[in-house]
Design a protein around this ligand. Structure first.
Ligand code: FE
Length: 370
């Protein structure tokens, strides 16, 4: 009775996801593989009996890296808990989780940006988790104040500049990019994107609404072109000479530099990374992170899974899979990231990015940043 129902549920769920993704409009180019094609995969466990004993953890994730799959296997080996992975676009998976409600099989939801995780929490799709391990491994500002989501990897939203045309001594702060000096030279993606919403949400917190709005209006006035494409497209446009500077998350440049495609490596080598606001409020950071879902059926396994991903053994590989910084301070960043040097971060709890999200969207609308 139990098995056929589960199988039927799986078939229905899979078809729904395939349909949903088929219809989805993507806001990132295929060169930005956070929006992965859907595939259902489960890492095979060598011992089925063990799996039966220890149960499973069902994961919805917008990540799709081979390094992640290897880590899940390692978790299975260490704990006997089988990891079932459903991979897809973050917003589609969020809609799916909402639609499935109590019937969902998802125990853990993993996606990018504290703003997205805050939305998940706001929709009542997450639950609070008490774990000393998570509290120790993850700095407080990278966790939800109610412990409903946890940062697992960290990225910075930085100024990427043309090494040919910009001397880094000309750069200082996000605010300075609104100076007339940069008119027609700034490349940045649409305001519909959560990364820019979270950036402005952080400015609302640190500088107040008035200044956040002035910043958005000033950047709009200096744009090299109408917002289009993802962060990688902005970096490529810098190299193509469409503008001199872009605002991008660090891992996109890391991906270019570590690409197997030599053309992409060349593009990565022609830009520099500048961490803004080092003498003031710090560089904006954000996370990829995870929640235990509200209706998780395997809560203990879900917590064990998050604890494993935040641990020293997993952190380096998990972060490096996407050229990100580990959140666990006991773990070193990759060589690429270390080559950019250390930097001062914004000192705010990322929960605030969710709280200020609606106001940030309003500001974009008010100034006319599409
Ligand atoms: Fe991204």
């Amino acid at each position: 009775m139990k098995m056929p129902f589960k199988f039927l549920l799986f078939v229905v769920m899979s078809l729904t996801l395939i349909f949903a993704v088929g219809c989805a409009q993507t806001d990132e180019k295929t060169s930005e593989p956070e929006k992965a094609e859907v595939k259902k995969e489960s890492t095979e466990s060598s011992s089925k009996e063990e799996v039966k004993d220890k149960g499973v953890v069902n994961l919805y994730t917008s990540r799709h890296y081979d390094t992640d799959t290897e880590l899940y296997k390692k978790f299975e080996e260490q704990t006997g808990i089988k990891v079932n992975v459903i991979q897809g676009d973050g917003s589609e998976l969020m809609e799916r989780l909402e639609r499935e409600a109590e019937a969902t099989e998802a125990d853990v939801f993993l996606t990018a940006d504290a703003g997205n995780l805050a939305r998940l929490k706001e929709k009542g799709l997450t639950q609070s988790v008490t774990s000393d391990v998570l509290a120790t491994n993850i700095p407080e500002k990278l966790r939800d104040v109610d412990n409903e989501w946890f940062g697992l990897t960290k990225r910075a939203r930085v100024i990427v500049y043309s090494k040919d045309r910009v001397d880094p001594s000309e750069l200082s702060t996000y605010e300075a990019l609104t100076d007339a000096k940069w008119q027609g030279k700034v490349l940045i993606r649409s305001s519909e994107n959560i990364y820019n919403q979270s950036l402005v949400a952080s400015f609302i917190e640190l500088n107040g609404e008035e200044q956040a709005k002035e910043w958005a209006a000033g950047i709009l006035a200096n744009m090299a072109r109408e917002p289009q494409g993802g962060d990688t497209d902005q970096v490529k446009a810098v190299v193509a000479g469409e503008g001199d500077i872009a605002i991008s998350n660090t891992y996109y440049v890391g991906r270019l530099l570590n690409s197997t495609n030599q053309e992409e490596v060349k593009i990565g080598e022609q830009v520099g990374i500048f961490f803004p606001n080092q003498d003031t409020t710090g560089t904006h950071i954000n996370i990829s992170g995870a929640s235990v879902t509200k209706h998780a059926k395997n809560v203990e396994n879900a917590i064990a899974f998050l604890e494993f991903l935040s641990g020293e053994e997993a952190q380096a590989a998990f972060a490096e899979g996407n050229n990100e910084y580990p959140v666990n301070e006991a773990v070193e960043a990759s060589e690429t990231l270390k080559s950019w040097g250390e930097f001062k971060e914004q000192d705010i709890n990322l929960t605030i990015l969710g709280e200020n999200n609606a106001r940030a969207i309003q500001i974009f609308n008010e100034v006319g940043w599409k």
